[in-house]
Design a protein around this ligand. Structure first.
Ligand code: HEM
Ligand SMILES: *[C@@H]1O[C@H](CO)[C@@H](O)[C@H](O)[C@H]1NC(C)=O
Ligand SMILES: *[C@@H]1O[C@H](CO)[C@@H](O)[C@H](O)[C@H]1NC(C)=O
Ligand SMILES: *[C@@H]1O[C@H](CO)[C@@H](O)[C@H](O)[C@H]1NC(C)=O
Ligand SMILES: *[C@@H]1O[C@H](CO)[C@@H](O)[C@H](O)[C@H]1NC(C)=O
Ligand SMILES: *[C@@H]1O[C@H](CO)[C@@H](O)[C@H](O)[C@H]1NC(C)=O
Ligand SMILES: *[C@@H]1O[C@H](CO)[C@@H](O)[C@H](O)[C@H]1NC(C)=O
Ligand SMILES: *[C@@H]1O[C@H](CO)[C@@H](O)[C@H](O)[C@H]1NC(C)=O
Ligand SMILES: *[C@@H]1O[C@H](CO)[C@@H](O)[C@H](O)[C@H]1NC(C)=O
Ligand SMILES: *[C@@H]1O[C@H](CO)[C@@H](O)[C@H](O)[C@H]1NC(C)=O
Length: 372
């Protein structure tokens, strides 16, 4: 009874949405089909159908470019806060000290998942919006029960306020970008060090449905290149940024029989055993000192028999990407330099760089919009 009522409501919603969107948009647009998400794919498809959102295309050119040291510009009192970046760095260092290096991996992935959905506007941090209710990006199956590090961003937000004389000056989007930079620095043991441009404003919308823009563990190389291209990133960036899979953990539910049988059999056997007692496994089995959270070029040596996902293994499936995998495996310095540049490039995706009342803002609290 309750279930059929729910279904009927969903059907009404879908037809209402169809009316709203207009006759040119068919049901196909309303029920987009996720690809590449393996065990989560059917969940994604059933969840997303009929939910709001999905009409957003990131602007290719921001209204203002980002700049280095945006909070250091004493000609702009509204954003002047010279200690802002140091406050974020201290918050990330403290969290890693308290929680371990894995949370740094969580922060780097948060930044990626923010950038790919509505641009780098901290939409991934919201868990409560008017338009989406609780069905924000955080509820999308790629993110739910998976993303971590929200608490670090919340703490960094408070730290920036304290560092800026109690003023709310630093956007959550900038905090996340700076925190991802700092996490890269720490997890690479100081080898990946770069400046992150700032000046992003926070958005006010976030929809679970739009997590369809995230590639999944079963994505083919074609899928990956296409999904990165939409964001203004190219095939080189796919290979470079995938190097982040030298850190962090992944859910066992992605390790299907098919996938395990494509890996080194000894390693697959170990993963199979770990998954009997745990829900997650480390992504990189071979980092120096057996620290699975060393951000390094080991990932490229792991491909293709010691990586967890098809989306990792397929980097050998074209001549150009294979060459880049081999070059990165052979030259750690090259990977580190490329990774730093690609993180900056990712940090420019769809940025909102002007204050448009009701559309962009500097959030007071990173998980909810102002005056919610
Ligand atoms: C190329 C396409 C990519 C695919 C298909 C992909 C897919 C995935 C999947 C399925 C997981 C495991 C999540 C879970 O089990 O819940 C994961 C983890 C992770 N990914 Fe990716 N990813 C991609 C690119 C990236 C990029 C660009 C970055 C950052 C630069 C990144 C950073 C990470 C990190 C750090 C983790 C571990 C997170 C943690 O331990 O909390 N990935 N990825
Ligand atoms: C901002 O200015 C402070 C104080 O002069 C300095 O320590 C810091 O390195 C500067 N930060 C950036 C990103 O330029
Ligand atoms: C910035 O604030 C100072 C005082 O705190 C003031 O003298 C100055 O005119 C302000 N500058 C701008 C550009 O508003
Ligand atoms: C949103 O989630 C919170 C906490 O999980 C819950 O208390 C609240 O009732 C939810 N609101 C809606 C509209 O579902
Ligand atoms: C939203 O997420 C924050 C952490 O970022 C958490 O503290 C808060 O309780 C959550 N609120 C709701 C309504 O789920
Ligand atoms: C991708 O873009 C970077 C610059 O952002 C450039 O160095 C690289 O050559 C490009 N790769 C391809 C395949 O166009
Ligand atoms: C995992 O282990 C079980 C027995 O413990 C075995 O039956 C199964 O075939 C293993 N699966 C893979 C993919 O290795
Ligand atoms: C799997 O990897 C181990 C090293 O961890 C190696 O000794 C073994 O030969 C590999 N197995 C196959 C089938 O390649
Ligand atoms: C089990 O998972 C937790 C994180 O959820 C991790 O801290 C722990 O090291 C894992 N244990 C093994 C044996 O992988
Ligand atoms: C490794 O890469 C760096 C940075 O791209 C480059 O300067 C250096 O010459 C490369 N080293 C070798 C041995 O190719």
């Amino acid at each position: 009874m309750a279930a059929s009522k729910k279904l009927a409501t969903a059907a009404v919603l879908v037809s209402l949405l169809a009316l709203l969107v207009g006759p040119s948009a068919g049901l196909l647009d309303l029920c987009p089909v996720f690809v590449g998400w393996g065990a989560l794919q059917s969940l994604l498809n059933s969840l997303i159908c009929g939910l709001p959102g999905g009409n957003y295309t990131p602007p290719t050119v921001p209204s203002n470019p980002l700049g280095f040291g945006y909070y250091n510009n004493s000609n702009n009192n509204a954003s002047y806060c010279p200690d802002a970046e140091a406050a974020v760095t201290a918050a990330v260092e403290k969290a890693i000290k308290q929680q371990g290096r894995g949370v740094g991996a969580g922060i780097i992935r948060l930044f990626f998942h923010d950038a790919f959905v509505r641009g780098c506007d901290a939409s991934v941090l919201l868990n409560n919006t008017v338009a989406a209710g609780n069905n924000t990006e955080r509820e999308g199956p790629p993110n739910k029960d998976s993303l971590r590090g929200f608490d670090v961003i919340d703490a960094a937000k408070e730290a920036t306020k304290a560092a800026c004389g109690g003023r709310n000056v630093v956007s959550c989007a900038d905090i996340l970008a700076l925190a991802a930079r700092d996490a890269s620095h720490i997890l690479s043991n100081g080898r990946i060090k770069f400046a992150m441009p700032t000046g992003r404003f926070d958005g006010r919308e976030s929809f679970a449905r739009e997590t369809i823009q995230l590639p999944g563990p079963d994505s083919t190389l074609e899928d990956l290149v296409r999904m990165f291209k939409v964001q203004g990133l190219n095939e080189t960036d796919v290979v470079t940024l995938s190097g982040a899979h030298s850190i962090g953990r992944a859910r066992c539910l992605f390790l299907t029989k098919d996938r395990l049988s494509a890996m080194n059999s000894t390693y697959a056997g170990q993963l199979n055993e770990t998954c009997k007692i745990n829900d997650t496994v480390n992504q990189d089995p071979f980092s120096p000192d057996r620290d699975p959270n060393n951000l390094d070029n080991q990932y490229y040596k792991n491909i293709d028999k010691f990586v967890l996902f098809k989306s990792d293994a397929v980097l050998l499936s074209s001549e150009t990407t294979k060459k880049q995998v081999e070059a990165n495996a052979a030259n750690a310095t090259k990977f580190e330099a490329d990774f730093a540049a690609a993180m900056v490039k990712m940090g420019n995706i769809g940025v909102k760089t002007t204050h448009v009342p009701g559309v962009t803002e500097i959030r007071e609290v990173c998980w909810r919009v102002n005056n919610a």
